[in-house]
Design a protein around this ligand. Sequence first.
Ligand SMILES: NC(=O)NCCC(=O)O
Ligand SMILES: [Zn+2]
Length: 489
Amino acid sequence: MGGTVVNHDQQFIADVLIRDGLIVEVSPEIKAPEGTRVLDATGLLVMPGGIDPHTHLDMPFMGTVTADDFYSGQAAALAGGTTMHIDFALPVDHDIREGLRAWKEKAARSCMDYGFHMAITKWDAEVSEAMEELVREGINSFKFFMAYKGVLQVSDSELASGLQRCKELGALPMVHAENGDMVAWLQERLVSGGITGPEGHALSRPAALEGEATGRAIRLAGVVGVPLYVVHVMSIDAMEEIARARQSGQRVVGEPVASGLALDEGALWDANFTRAAAFVMSPPIRAPHHAPALRKLVATDHAVFNSSQKAAGRHDFRKIPNGVNGIEERMHVTWQEMVVSGLATPSDFVRMTSTAAAQVFNVYPRKGRVAAGSDADVILLDPRVSHTLGVGSHHSRMDTNVYEGKVVQGKVVTTISRGRLVWHEGRLRVEPGSGRFVPLPSHGPLFQASAVRGHGMEEQSRRAATFPYGPTPVPREGSQQACSAAGAL
Ligand SMILES: NC(=O)NCCC(=O)O
Ligand SMILES: [Zn+2]
């Protein structure tokens, strides 16, 4: 009662009444029904729970498995004010149906709401057919890796086929945008030149290679005429590609991550291997001048490996499992870097940490808003309290923390997940198995314009207006082509 309700578009003092997992009323001076537990929110900000659209829990990767599973990762998330996440399911032997089955099994121990993206690691008719089945099951986004050569990376033509299929299904294509061939080439040169430590990770993945792949993916999406979501934007180079495309009317979303906003690549040169290796993620954490990447929404790419797992790359940085923590720290780091620093308002914060993800992944206003009818995923943030991030206070299974010792102003003091008080007065009350899969419907807002336009489509309509050449076969003497190919794009 009595808190300041903050949504992405408004802020007002009100009470919030919750019943059976839903918000039933938001208005001043609600008379609480008998038996209702009342929390005094005077002086606190009442906001929608965070949505982290990029996590990797219980993920097999680079010869090991991430240290947080669905239970430990989600418990950490709830303690940090995040009440829903979208995890990246990986195919099993390139089979996406099997991948979804495996991820559902992993998520059986969940203690908060979650959705899935699915990665596509090869292209054939079976994958294309299975994508439709997954969309029916509530997967509305598919990720393509342009890096991790020989393991997850797809070719440009595989990516184009995937983009085309996503367009047909109204599913959002996502890209990990780095030029994987060039990364492998640079890695080889660095290692043969004697650079085997974590600094080699940064040196082998320069911002130009992220910018190049981002621009390439944007152009391919433009030719196909489909929206595009670029995961973990870490550089100005990529950000400029995205900004240019958006300015020209193309629907492209760039996803910054908390580590990109707050950390500095210098840590990769730390003489202590364990500390340096903890910062290895891809694309790499960069010099601070890259930090002001697009801030439409903020994810984490929470993919954590303990120092013993990272030690696999002690003598060869290419073997350090890639990934950093953030699922618990994201809300606090974003509040500190954006609101406390004066760059954003509390409403901007809500948009960046919750509403934008709910909108992009088509689950708004059920999620991402404090309003009657929405799920009761609500946090109370006390802007007066400062605290220190690190291993000593975090709830992840990690034995390191890339934010170790960082002092932040503003603390999530209460988290309510679908009406359950799960984090309050410094105590977590969570149950494995109490989380719920949230199906994400296809044809989200990015698809809802009458013509989803990209550069290629614009170019074609301009061309059609000026001269009559288009994607139709030219009838020529002796030619077998009789039918139109206009449907090809
Ligand atoms: N980002 C990272 O370093 N690890 C997780 C896998 C990925 O998203 O590329
Ligand atoms: Zn990731």
